[in-house]
Design a protein around this ligand. Structure first.
Ligand code: KG4
Ligand code: ZN
Length: 341
């Protein structure tokens, strides 16, 4: 079964064709990063307009390069929540129009569920279930029990900033380029993670929620001196920047490891999934692999191109949702919870 997947929830326009849920026949992604860089973050209206401009070309190129005729597609899958509303609408409108013209049905896909599904694309080692999934992206931070594909129990969420958001805001404070995650990851390699002590929030808390806004504020105080008596601003030399970045990153990873460890033992999880853009972080990966090893389970972390936003995870997941296919996806609800219809 051939499914065309479409992903436009944020700043990547991505289209892909996946066969039978796992065989990737082709993917085309247009990254908008350099269009948003000068603003220090994604500008929703700019993102929507770029999606409108490029989506037709990407689909045409993809089908030409893969030698697939539009009529050979079985379904059109599209991310329809959560995300930037205008950006989502471009993908959903395109998917509906394209499907209508081809007399096909559309499958609406939850973006967060698709991120989790990225761990199931590797068929030689699919995650044993139940699994604990740590979903860390620019907009979300959640710990989720994965009972099956399509059957989830959200254990906890961030109460304020998402991890990726904290990386991006901290990078801005350190005059590092956008997106902040990769920049902090890179400069941290030469920094001392013990140089500064930043707070680890909600560690003693019994639940699985996170909070990262205090950590971000703490970095702000350290760098600017604001709110600290007799504290001068920290000169942002390369060494200081690397040390602040490494200490911030370590604080984030400590919290993620602590909460994930608790979830694994509480649920007697048989595997660990780490997904979403921040799963591309080299130090987080090392820490999660070590955590899984300690628990005698396997860590499933998709390759970088499937951690960040992509249409393969959308087309792949849709294969398991053909019973939800409809003539048209009517709703784009940004706050529709994971796994609900
Ligand atoms: O999943 P994603 O591509 O988009 C959303 O759905 O949000 O995640 C983007 C986020 C950004 O905040 C970016 O800074 C972060 O993922 N990110 C990283 C790394 N690569 C991307 N964060 C930490 N380390 C990285 N290497
Ligand atoms: Zn995402």
């Amino acid at each position: 079964m051939l499914i065309l997947g479409i992903e436009t929830s944020c700043d990547e326009t991505s289209v892909a064709v996946v066969k039978d849920g796992t065989e990737i026949l082709g993917i085309k992604t247009f990254s908008q990063i350099n269009k948003h860089e000068k603003f220090g973050g994604v500008v929703p209206e700019v993102a929507s307009r770029i999606h409108v401009k490029v989506i037709h070309y990407l689909v045409a190129q993809l089908l030409e390069e893969t030698n697939i005729k539009p009529r050979d597609l079985d379904y059109i899958a599209v991310t329809n929540c959560p995300g930037l509303i205008g950006a989502l609408l471009v993908g959903v409108s395109f998917a509906n129009a394209y499907a209508f013209a081809l007399n096909k049905q559309v499958i609406g896909v939850n973006h967060l569920e698709a991120h989790i599904y990225a761990a199931f694309l590797n068929t030689t080692e699919t995650p044993l279930l139940p699994a604990v999934a740590l979903l860390v992206s620019g907009g979300h931070t959640s710990l989720i029990e994965v009972k099956n594909i399509g059957d989830y129990n959200v254990l906890g969420n961030t109460l304020d900033d998402a991890v990726g958001e904290a990386f991006d805001k901290t990078a801005k404070l350190l005059n590092l380029p956008y997106p902040g995650g990769p920049a902090i990851n890179k400069i941290s390699l030469s920094g001392n993670p013990k140089a500064f002590h930043f707070p680890r929030a909600l560690l003693k808390n019994e639940n699985f929620n996170f909070s990262f806004s205090g950590l971000k504020t703490s970095v702000l105080y350290e760098v600017t001196g604001i709110g600290m008596k007799n504290k001068k601003p920290l000169p942002l030399t390369e060494e200081n920047t690397a040390n602040v970045a490494a200490s911030f990153q370590k604080a984030v990873i400590d919290v993620l490891v602590h909460k994930t460890a608790k979830a694994i033992s509480k649920l007697h999880a048989r595997s660990l999934i780490v997904c979403g853009g921040v799963a591309a972080n080299s130090e987080l990966k090392k820490a999660m692999i070590a955590l899984a090893l300690k628990n005698n389970i396997k860590a499933h972390i998709p390759p970088i191109q499937f951690c960040t936003d992509n249409a393969v995870m959308v087309a792949g997941l849709a294969y398991h949702k053909t019973n939800e296919a409809a003539v048209c996806v009517k709703e784009v609800f940004a706050d529709r919870p994971l796994g609900s219809n």
